[in-house]
Design a protein around this ligand. Structure first.
Ligand SMILES: Nc1ncnc2c1ncn2[C@@H]1O[C@H](COP(=O)(O)OP(=O)(O)OP(=O)(O)O)[C@@H](O)[C@H]1O
Ligand SMILES: [Mg+2]
Length: 325
């Protein structure tokens, strides 16, 4: 399974074999990979391509070491940079950053990463992680064009918001929340792809300070307005993105007809935003607030989680709150 080789001008694996440098300009930015061979680092046999994103290609691979020791589940997922992305400055430091951020997270609903490796023969860096089997949320959204039933939606929302709230509490921002970065695996939901993630408040001081602005890879229709305006990533921007995903699951449609926040704001689309029929009324004020274009107006992830966790009010409670309102 060979991917065409890139011109290897100035490529240097030696840079990769040391921890990434502190400044992007002096980091391991000259590394350009060769083709993906069938066997990586003399240990991982590539079996098939699982998915390709804007940045990486993810393969199913067999870990020959695990197999040798009789592990009944020797298959893993292996992420490497795709050809076009490898040309970006900082690309390998970005892959390392994804590994470093994700490896800080130990949560039932966050993908588990195993290691960051390099293959000296093909000069490729790659991440190994648990192999997830199941549909991504964008596949599920297509299955439910009128929105997902509440019981199923609630289960997904609780797992996803719990994973995100946990990441924020550990000082890790995701930066690229969207339906294709969430898989409903056999044993539950997993949030993955922290490739555009960042550490908050100096919680991971050893990580390279990467210029994400230079990479400008935010997914436009899930990017909060302030990100599109060039402001730094914050927990509030992750909340906007996760709110778009939850709206899409409950309505079958993106809240702003797949427009960017800037376009939607210019068209006044937030004024006409209505509660999706499948979403219980008690969750709507929180979701509505999470979709605010102004980050100051946005609820935080914990509060959004609390709204989705609350039981549906019974008839008496609804009547009472209507009277009070
Ligand atoms: N651990 C995994 N197990 C199984 N499939 C995976 C795994 N990780 C990723 N994939 C598949 O590969 C696809 C691309 O992975 P990923 O999102 O990490 O790449 P990316 O290039 O960073 O994507 P993006 O376009 O979001 O930047 C996913 O949408 C998913 O289908
Ligand atoms: Mg992705």
């Amino acid at each position: 399974m060979n991917v065409p080789c890139m011109e290897a001008e100035g490529a240097s694996l030696a840079l990769l074999e040391h921890p990434p440098a502190a400044e992007p300009e002096s980091g391991p930015s000259l590394f350009i990979p060769g083709p993906v061979p069938e066997l990586l680092a003399k240990r991982y046999r590539i079996e098939r391509l699982l998915g390709v994103g804007g940045m990486g290609a993810v393969y199913r691979a067999r870990d020959l070491l695990r197999e040798q020791f009789g592990d009944p589940n020797p298959c893993i997922a292996l992420k490497t940079l795709n050809e076009s992305f490898a040309e970006y400055p900082d690309a390998n430091a970005l892959l390392y950053s994804e590994f470093a951020l994700t490896s800080r997270l130990h949560h039932a609903h966050v993908v588990q990463v195993f290691g960051f490796h390099t293959d000296s023969a093909c000069r490729r860096a790659f991440i190994t992680m648990e192999l997830l089997k199941g549909p991504t949320l964008d596949q599920l959204i297509r299955e439910y064009p009128d929105g997902m039933p509440w019981e199923q939606l609630r289960e997904i929302a609780l797992a996803l918001l719990d994973a995100l709230a946990y990441s924020h509490a550990r000082g890790v921002l995701h930066g690229d929340l969207k339906p294709s970065n969430v898989i409903m695996a056999d044993d539950g939901l997993r949030l993955f792809d922290y490739g555009l993630g960042q550490a908050t408040g100096g919680k991971l001081p050893g990580l390279p300070r990467l210029s994400h602005v230079r990479i400008a890879a935010w997914t436009p229709r899930y990017a909060a307005l302030e990100l599109l305006d060039g402001k730094p990533l914050t927990a509030a921007a992750d909340v906007y993105a996760v709110a778009c995903v939850l709206y899409e699951l409950s309505a079958g449609l993106h809240p702003f007809s797949r427009l960017t926040a800037r376009q939607a704001k210019a068209m006044g689309q937030d004024q006409s935003l209505a509660r999706p029929a499948k979403l219980p009324a008690h969750c709507w004020p929180a979701l509505r607030s999470a979709l605010a274009f102004d980050p100051e107006q946005r609820i935080d992830c914990q509060s959004l989680l609390a709204a989705f966790s609350a039981p549906k009010p019974n008839l008496l409670q609804r009547l009472f709150s209507r009277r009070q309102g």
